[in-house]
Design a protein around this ligand. Sequence first.
Ligand SMILES: [Mg+2]
Length: 167
Amino acid sequence: MKPAVFLDRDGVINVDTGYPHRIEELEFIAGAPEAIASINASGRLAVVVTNQSGIARGLYGEEQAHAFNNHIQDRLREWNARIDAFYLCPYHPEATIARYRQDHPDRKPRPGMIERAIRDLDIDRGNSFLVGDRQTDVQAAQAAGMPGYLFTGPRLDAFIKPLLSSS
Ligand SMILES: [Mg+2]
């Protein structure tokens, strides 16, 4: 079993421009690639858990969201950094697209994506934590029985380094 650092995506790894989904819109949060490289170096898994209700709202498709994630992964190579797994939740209770209209257990503040990652990747829950930029991220972590830390900027590497050395 390995511990993990769970990361929200928009507002933590990349700047939240409002439903970002075009690869040319990708702009890293300051220090985010360096933070991910330091998670990798610590022996923990780096796992993204992201609500993507833009899919439910019909703003973009799942393939486009996956392409955005792949682009993040490609760009991280410059820093020798990598995300070990991406989980995204396309559902929303008020979706305009019927097949995404449900109160899904994956949608944060519910812990479904975290629980799935723990099973898929054999994660050591007791030594893992989450970093997000909204209370719903922190609530999802707490529902999964781990600490959640609210990132308020400006640099993700400066925010995460003390968390990596104290846990
Ligand atoms: Mg966010």
